[in-house]
Design a protein around this ligand. Structure first.
Ligand code: PLP
Length: 401
């Protein structure tokens, strides 16, 4: 097919997209069609080196063989017998997660927001049963926990304060790493503290070790729950299988999503035996623990462990940081930060969108969570060569800007 035909085909697709899809956000004028490993291809056959990784989701890269194999194998066997029954993949996958973490019990869901909703419900259940009805959850300014009404209320994004009122009540936001503000926020009504060990959408802001140790201490002394939202940091992303391992403490609840399905919608809430307190009917969902999702998640997590992609995240993350430090003075970039393959830096001007657009044109996908911040969240399979290729483009773009 000639390029000309391809182009008009693409224009038609974009026209139809505008006609039939509900508007939710600006999207570039391309249509993605294929993916393999570190690359995506659009309908015009142009390739993109992917340092967004489906939004920190495609841990194994695009369309990995193990996911294709799991979908095919489990799809032929059993897709969903209903959540009212146990199924084999559900039992096996739960065991894989408990045997590789500090947790004893798993509840499966489909999205990060849903896993966090479960964590919120479990904390409120504990509060109502054991803490005289305490229901309030302390979260952080700039934190991100999802887009359902409750998780939006838990989220500490300034722009979200005004929309979809009234919000779900019972959330208090404190600045990250401010121990004094935290102590002031805790009252008789507090049942839990919930945070991301590294704020992802908020621009890659790390909780300090001192802060996390203090959180653990406070939660122990008041018998309130410490909830780690590891939707973005979990499953090898930060150079440890779970980010809590960096601090030498154990949270009471951890939520996982994004990387756990490698692109397939899957999430989980993990907790300890002590919090196995839901009563029949308190929590559930049509897709919770469906065999198809379980088979995919199992394949992804087994591959992360077998190939030791956690160590690769650590090694390649350090290489990215080294390269950023080398170009720091030349391009006046600041605040290079992050752990493993969750990395960000700030531009001297609010030109994040321009950098992202120019990189896209040049065939590289990166992300700008804030006007002056660039974030890099590539698949855990990224190689030194991919990083060098990305930097070739990024440096050219930074030079132009
Ligand atoms: C992406 C994200 C969520 C929301 O996950 P969804 O699957 O989009 O619902 C929640 N918490 C954190 C830390 C995230 O990065």
């Amino acid at each position: 097919m000639s390029i000309c035909n391809n182009q008009s085909l693409n224009e038609n697709l974009l026209k139809e997209a505008k006609e039939n899809l509900l508007y939710i956000t600006e999207r570039p004028s391309i249509v993605m069609e294929k993916g393999k490993g570190m690359y995506l291809w659009d309908t015009e056959g142009k390739s993109y080196l992917d340092f967004i990784g489906g939004w920190a989701v495609t841990a194994l890269g695009h369309c990995p063989e193990v996911i294709i194999e799991a979908l095919e194998r489990q799809g032929k066997e059993l897709i969903n017998p209903s959540p009212a029954f146990y199924n084999k993949p559900m039992i096996e996958f739960a065991r894989l997660l408990t045997s590789n973490s500090c947790f004893d019990k798993v509840f499966f869901t489909s999205t990060g927001a849903e896993a966090n909703e479960s964590a919120i419900k479990l904390a409120r259940k504990y509060g109502s049963k054991f803490l005289k009805g305490a229901y309030e959850i302390i979260t952080t300014v700039n934190g991100f926990h999802g887009r359902t009404l409750a998780t939006m209320s838990a989220t500490g994004k300034a722009h979200w304060k005004e929309i979809y009122e009234p919000k779900v009540s019972g959330f208090k936001h404190v600045p990250l790493n401010d121990i004094e503000a935290l102590h002031e926020a805790i009252t008789e009504s507090t049942c839990a503290i919930m945070l991301e060990p590294i704020q992802g959408e908020g621009g890659v802001n790390e909780a300090s070790a001192e802060y996390i140790l203090e959180l653990r201490k406070v939660c122990d002394s008041k018998d309130i729950l410490l909830i780690f939202d590891e939707v973005q940091t979990g499953l090898g992303r930060t150079g440890k299988l779970f980010a809590y391992e960096h601090y030498g403490i154990e949270p009471d609840i951890m939520t996982l999503a994004k990387g756990i399905g490698g692109g397939y919608p899957l999430s989980a809430m993990l907790t300890k035996d002590k919090y196995n307190i839901f009563e029949a009917g308190d929590q559930g969902g049509t897709y919770c623990g469906n065999p198809l999702g379980m088979a995919v998640g199992m394949a992804v997590v087994e591959e992360i462990i077998k190939k030791d992609l956690t160590s690769n995240a650590q090694v390649q993350g350090e290489y990215i940081l080294k390269k950023l430090n080398e170009i720091q003075t030349k391009f006046l970039i600041k605040n290079i930060r992050g752990k493993g393959l969750l990395i960000a830096f700030d531009l001297p001007m609010e030109k994040g969108k321009e950098v992202v657009d120019k990189c896209l044109k040049a065939g590289v996908l990166i992300n700008s969570p804030k006007p002056s911040t660039i974030r890099l969240i590539p698949p855990l399979i990224v190689t030194k060569e991919d990083i060098d290729n990305m930097f070739d483009i990024l440096e050219k773009v930074l030079e132009e800007i």
